[in-house]
Design a protein around this ligand. Structure first.
Ligand SMILES: Nc1ncnc2c1ncn2[C@@H]1O[C@H](COP(=O)(O)OP(=O)(O)OP(=O)(O)O)[C@@H](O)[C@H]1O
Ligand SMILES: [Mg+2]
Length: 211
């Protein structure tokens, strides 16, 4: 066949092939779950598959409630820390129930997963992430950690693509915060990054219109 792939099929075909991969991982998880030594990691694999399927839109999206999305992102972060044998983060949430976000739940999960993952990668010790929200005319969500803080030389351009301090990643890094900022912008909000004025750590603030 010498015709190029129909552009309309590009996304669908990617989802199709990713589903084949998810299927294999699910089978592996199933096998592992029969051995008590691997039961926990098997559950981690299953949750990863659910997240992956959610990300590619295989399930109907949920209503984007802030507290529920943050819990899923925390679980994802804890799974990562356990599997990668990194110290687990302590999460302190100050989130009122029933706060709805604009847009889709799967996009907001990406936002919090990326922010929490960056904190884990920066902190490198059993650190702490605080998540809080203030509601007034708009929603102001703060994610703050107690790591070393953002290197000042990259702070002004931190949301641009390919800005990273990771090395040896063959140009594939520096996208996480760009994705975060794009999703925030798409939903009519804005995001800022700073370092704590007292003590050490990075602080990300997201301001959104109320739904
Ligand atoms: N919580 C944080 N504390 C300290 N530095 C941070 C924090 N979050 C981000 N950074 C800095 O910002 C850079 C860019 O982050 P970003 O998530 O965009 O890319 P990355 O983490 O380097 O790569 P990728 O997310 O694509 O795997 C990081 O390399 C790091 O130097
Ligand atoms: Mg990142």
């Amino acid at each position: 066949m010498d015709e190029p792939l129909d552009p309309d099929l590009t996304h669908a075909s990617l989802v199709h092939d990713l589903n084949n991969i998810f299927e294999t991982i699910t089978e592996v998880a199933e096998l592992m779950s029969t051995d008590k030594h691997w039961k926990t990691l098997s559950a981690t694999l299953r949750r990863c598959v659910v997240r992956g399927r959610r990300l590619v839109g295989a399930f109907p999206d949920r209503t984007p409630y802030l507290a529920a999305i943050v819990e899923d992102a925390i679980q994802s972060n804890t799974d990562y820390c356990n599997a990668a044998r990194r110290p687990r983060m302590l999460f302190e949430r100050s989130l009122a129930a029933g706060i709805r976000l604009p847009g889709t739940a799967k996009d907001w999960e990406r936002v919090f997963v990326n922010l929490f993952l960056n904190a884990v990668q920066a902190v490198r010790k059993p650190g702490k992430i605080e998540i809080s929200v203030e509601t007034g005319d708009s929603l102001c969500i703060t994610v703050a950690d107690n790591g070393p803080g953002i290197p000042p030389e990259i702070l002004p351009r931190i949301f641009r693509p390919n800005v990273t301090t990771k090395t040896n990643t063959a140009g594939r890094s520096g996208l996480g915060l760009h994705i975060v900022a794009s999703i925030v912008k798409e939903n009519g909000g804005r995001i800022s990054a700073a370092n704590r004025e007292t003590g050490k750590g990075a602080v990300f603030k997201i301001v959104l219109p109320k739904v």
